[in-house]
Design a binder for this molecule. Structure first.
Ligand SMILES: *[C@@H]1O[C@H](CO)[C@@H](O)[C@H](O)[C@H]1NC(C)=O
Length: 480
């Protein structure tokens, strides 16, 4: 089976299989007997491959027919590692295996992969040549890049050969971190005001230095949910967040040494007309535009109350997010009564340069050329106030799509340009019971117009990617 030119395809991964769903609802599946937990994919258009990470193996599938594995490389835990893991009370077959959880492109033929390796995360380089995948055997410590626990979510992005990763740093999974592995490694401060039992969902870079009159820097945005510090609530309340760091951050000199000086976070709002607990973010898709100011993040959320089976899709302008960080108010901690603290809007004067801002033209003209030159006052402020006061609101002020019933797990968005020159987003969502649904925008609201059931057993969709064949169709390819 050959792909038709210009067709969009959803790539889907569940525990037991990887598949392509074509627009005409035709499905191709890849599955190897006895191999489970397909959980990561990397599309290498240049090599004609879909690189697929599973439990103890990595595959190179033919992108024109993914049912064919061109090459496979095993990546097993050693017996010794497995024993060590079992002796710490973990299950030999469920926990103490190597789950490949991260795959990134480095340069032409080089890729970087990390696996949980029996609760001892490890990374390695992979090459592809002469039709063969090869694990280089240059094992590197994977702590902070890949989770210890195969059931924990994590997120990462490779930006100019620097790896940004959001995961947990320790065996217990209790030390969350957002790390940059680079000549100057940086990480988050270990404080609950920075990260409070987070669940990392997505991250990506936005080239905000392009066409920036202020001489701004590129940013890496991350999306996650975590326990809120800012609400009075009788028990744990989870909120959705977007955070960002500047690409050029080098940490501070004394304060925030080897830590982010530009880490800011805020609440991501996707609330319903009727009052409810905040919805929890599950997945994000970045609709990139040639001009970054027109880029949009779509996100899928689910209800946090176990009695309410409902999901929502909200969309956010990159500029609205960026605005909250560059001009919004901060939150600050105040002591109320004995030992209780409350987070309220900070109304005092801000140190200069503005805490959390990238090193821009204004900072440079004041002699601050790198984050290392930032004054202690700015650094101390950001160390204690990473949270912004304003939430980021969705584009139309409300969810684009609201759905009751089986929860939505993942989404991808295709921006289709129609014959009238306008572009229309088409959203594909995966569900917890193995469906892919297609929704289109109609008068500012999305409607599900079609769905495909992919599996006999109702497995949740874990990864969903959009793949476009090189020849991009214009206009009328869609039949709604
Ligand atoms: C691996 O796959 C098996 C079979 O589908 C599933 O029961 C198990 O929970 C998966 N493990 C992880 C870590 O996802």
């Amino acid at each position: 089976m050959q792909c038709h030119e210009g067709l969009q395809i959803c790539c889907i991964v569940i525990h037991c299989a990887c598949m392509f769903l074509f627009l005409d609802n035709h499905v191709i599946t890849f599955k190897e007997e006895g191999v489970w937990n397909y959980s990561t994919m990397l599309i290498r258009e240049d090599l004609g491959l879909l690189v697929l990470g599973a439990r103890e193996a990595i595959y190179a599938l033919d992108i024109n027919d993914i049912s064919v594995a061109k090459s496979k490389v095993p990546w097993k835990v050693t017996e010794e590692k497995q024993k060590e893991c079992t002796s710490k009370g973990k299950h030999p077959d469920i926990d103490c295996r190597n789950y490949v959880r991260m795959l990134h492109q480095m340069n032409d033929n080089l890729m970087y992969a990390c696996g949980t390796n029996a609760f001892s995360p490890t990374c390695d380089y992979i090459t592809y040549g002469d039709g063969r995948l090869k694990l280089e055997g240059n094992q590197e410590d994977g702590r902070g890049k890949c989770p210890f626990d195969p059931f924990q979510r994590s997120s990462s992005v490779m930006v100019d050969q620097d790896l940004y990763s959001a995961t947990s740093l320790n065996f217990l999974g209790s030390e969350p971190v957002i790390l940059r592995t680079s000549p100057i490694p940086l990480r988050t401060v270990f404080k609950s005001s920075w990260l409070n039992e987070p669940n990392f969902v997505y991250m990506d870079v936005v080239p905000e230095s392009e066409d920036s009159p202020e001489g701004d820097d590129d940013k890496v945005y991350m999306f996650f949910s975590e326990n809120a510090v800012e609400y009075d609530f009788y028990n744990k309340l989870v909120v959705s967040r977007v955070a960002r760091v500047c690409k050029g951050d080098m940490g501070g000199q004394r304060t925030l040494q080897r830590k982010w000086t530009s880490f800011l976070k805020t609440r991501l709002d996707c609330s319903l007309p009727e009052p409810s607990l905040p919805y929890i973010i599950q997945d994000v898709f970045h609709v990139r535009h040639k001009k970054w100011r027109k880029s949009v993040f779509y996100a899928v959320f689910t209800s946090q109350s176990s009695t309410d089976l409902s999901s929502a899709v909200c969309a956010y302008n990159v500029t609205d997010i960026s605005e909250v960080f560059s001009r919004g108010k901060f939150k600050t901690e105040v002591n109320v009564e004995m030992s209780d603290v409350k987070w309220v809007m900070y109304n005092g004067e801000l140190p200069v340069p503005r805490p959390g801002a990238c090193i821009n033209n204004a900072a440079k003209s004041a002699g601050i050329m790198r984050s290392l030159d930032l004054p202690d006052k700015t650094l101390q402020f950001i160390r204690d106030h990473p949270l912004m006061d304003d939430a980021v609101r969705p584009i139309t002020g409300k969810p684009l799509l609201l759905k009751r019933g089986p929860l939505l797990t993942r989404l991808v968005v295709d921006d289709v340009s129609a014959s009238d020159g306008q572009s229309y987003p088409v959203v594909f969502v995966g569900t917890e019971n193995g469906y892919v649904q297609k929704a289109v925008n109609y008068d500012g609201e999305m409607h599900i117009i079609e769905e495909v059931k992919l599996f006999q057993n109702a497995d949740p969709i874990d990864v969903l990617r959009l793949h476009q064949n090189q020849v991009r169709k214009t206009g009328t390819g869609y039949r709604f």
